[in-house]
Design a protein around this ligand. Structure first.
Ligand code: PEP
Ligand code: MG
Length: 289
């Protein structure tokens, strides 16, 4: 909030689950979420459900033998595979929702079936709390768009959720077939690649059509260079590390919406990430001649 944040766009709950012998129990999670809700004093806090697997290993999960962990049991796939883990987390979030504006967001959604399965679990979590006589409140349910299939089907997915936030780190990795942790191909993982931007554009357009809020919470959202494109595409919210907030805000304030839309249109017609970067550096140079 000192840096001018208006909420928390990506509350990474995985940190609560790392570097320990067993997963945190419901009460411990509830306390953590409640503290954040209270600290943010009514501002929205988007709580991402446990997002591990892939490069984020957790000792208590045991060894998962997978040839391609990034294409394996990670994100929502893992928590649907271990429903008790997800149920405990959902109960803790619904209880903490009484103390602030917490939203639930699911990582790595690939199919509508996953959304429906979690929706059912959310209902079950609320029923269990009701039976136990524990105070709780309903929370909006949203999804991360990190997989091309989800970006392409965003319009249909948005019919069944309240919001979406684009995770450009994974969306870039899966669109360009570049392992984000592999140094040899790392430089290819450029979120400004026009193919990635076209998918972000598709999601933003789907949000407009379905009248649902679309944000971006990947690293691209914290890049002041990218701000004109994201705003111009119609993205409603940007989530970033706090120290990046002032610079991104400054970049946005320097633009009119018409200008941002024009820059976004031009970026989408580029053929390479380098061309997009050149375009954006030109925009910046025009501001600071
Ligand atoms: C992303 O993939 O863009 C994202 C925000 O999630 P993470 O970096 O934690 O995978
Ligand atoms: Mg991700």
């Amino acid at each position: 909030m000192e840096y001018g944040a208006e909420g928390v766009g990506l509350f990474r709950t995985e940190f609560l689950f790392m570097e320990r012998e067993s997963p945190p129990e419901e009460d411990e999670q509830f306390e953590a979420y409640r503290r954040v809700a209270e600290a943010m004093a009514g501002r929205p806090v988007i709580v991402r459900t446990l997002d591990v697997g892939g490069d984020k290993a957790i000792p208590w999960l045991g060894r998962m033998e997978e040839a391609n962990p990034f294409l394996g049991l990670r994100g929502v796939r893992l928590t649907l595979d271990r429903p008790e883990l997800l149920l405990v987390q959902l109960r803790a979030i619904l209880r903490a929702r009484v103390y602030g504006d917490l939203w639930v967001m699911l990582p790595m959604i690939t199919t509508l079936g996953e959304v429906r399965a979690v929706r059912q679990m959310l209902q079950r979590a609320a029923e269990e709390l009701r039976t136990a006589g524990k105070e709780h409140a309903e929370a909006p349910l949203g999804i991360m768009i990190e997989v091309p299939s989800a970006a392409l089907l965003a319009e249909r997915l948005l019919e069944e959720v309240d919001f979406a936030s684009v995770g450009t780190n994974d969306l870039t990795q899966y669109t360009l077939a570049v392992d984000r942790t592999n140094e040899k191909v790392g430089p290819l993982a450029d979120a400004l690649h026009p193919a990635v931007l076209r998918l972000v554009a598709a999601v933003a357009a789907a949000g407009r059509k379905r009248e649902k809020w679309v944000g971006v919470c990947g690293d691209l959202a914290g890049d002041p260079l990218a701000a004109p494109i994201l705003v111009g595409l119609g993205v409603k919210e940007l989530s970033m590390a706090p120290p990046l907030l002032p610079e991104v805000k400054e970049a946005i304030r320097a633009l009119s919406m018409t200008r941002a839309e024009e820059i976004a249109r031009r970026a989408l017609s580029c053929a390479t990430a380098e061309e997009v970067r050149e375009l954006l550096v030109g925009v910046l140079a025009a501001r600071f001649p």
